[in-house]
Design a binder for this molecule. Structure first.
Ligand code: ZN
Length: 278
């Protein structure tokens, strides 16, 4: 079978391994899950027959309505490896009592089969970030929905509660040298948080010039309220208050991309920690 997308691999000096080393990723993630006392749930297996490639979901040990509920995601596309590693790096630096301040939920590696070989698609050559169609108050599948997409859609009630106040999903654009982000908000212009996240990425890379990226208008480094059948689009339409998808540039050094993702994730968490809810 011919490949639709090439495999990508980078070396990380920070983690002393290659970007697709899934065993090392899972080992280090397990340390952080234990330290932060997160609860693990396996939502399903991408390879159901062989029970391989679990799609793992982590949550604060107790969920309180007095705190903001935010969902952090990474690794929808397997070649966009600085997302999961940046998330891991951000977890490493969190205070062990962070879950006293925010209801934290995490999907750290949505496409483990693609990540393990550095390919955008999953083992069935499906795109895990398509086929989340908002219809009649629910997210529903279509012919483009992947194995991961079906697993996530079965858990959509949990994921919607988890992302009630905010969703951040960390992607990369392997073809670019510039950074940008997608922002979905119930407003006519991007919020301060969107600009702050853009600037967190802009500390490491040039911000994309005004124009078009993938047929979407980008202004000041932000593609605003673009609705497609992505996971973030489906959850936002279902009721998440804000959904942001960051894009770090795959043409830049890997560890810089890890650090940019770490900073964006940390900023996002702190925004909701500082936003004291009654
Ligand atoms: Zn992506």
């Amino acid at each position: 079978m011919s490949q639709l997308f090439p495999n990508y691999q980078w070396h990380s000096t920070i983690f002393d391994c290659h970007s697709n080393n899934i065993e090392q990723f899972e080992l280090l993630l397990a340390h952080q899950v234990k330290r932060l006392k997160l609860h693990q749930h396996v939502l399903g297996y991408v390879d159901e027959i062989n029970r391989q490639y679990p799609l793992a979901f982590y949550q604060s040990p107790s969920i309180s309505t007095s705190k903001a509920s935010i969902l952090l995601c990474a690794g929808f596309h397997g070649e966009e490896a600085a997302g999961p590693w940046g998330l891991l790096n951000a977890l490493t630096q969190l205070d062990s009592n962070i879950t006293d301040k925010v209801n934290l939920s995490i999907l750290p590696l949505v496409n483990p089969s693609g990540f393990s070989i550095g390919n955008r698609l999953n083992m069935f050559l499906q795109n895990p970030n398509r086929g989340f169609v908002y219809q009649s108050g629910h997210i529903q599948p279509n012919q483009h929905t992947s194995a991961e997409g079906h697993i996530l859609q079965l858990a959509q009630t949990t994921l919607l509660q988890a992302s009630q106040h905010g969703l951040l999903t960390c992607h990369e654009d392997v073809l670019l040298s510039n950074c940008y982000l997608y922002s979905l908000e119930s407003a006519t212009s991007p919020s301060e948080l969107s600009y702050q996240l853009r600037d967190a990425l802009g500390k490491y890379f040039p911000i994309a010039l005004n124009g078009e990226i993938d047929d979407c208008p980008v202004k000041d480094g932000i593609i605003f309220n673009h609705f497609d059948s992505s996971f973030e689009s489906g959850l936002f339409q279902s009721g998440s208050q804000i959904a942001i998808c960051t894009e770090t540039p795959g043409q830049q050094p890997f560890d810089q991309r890890v650090l940019a993702n770490r900073d964006a994730i940390t900023l996002f968490i702190n925004h909701f920690v500082d936003d004291h809810r009654q």
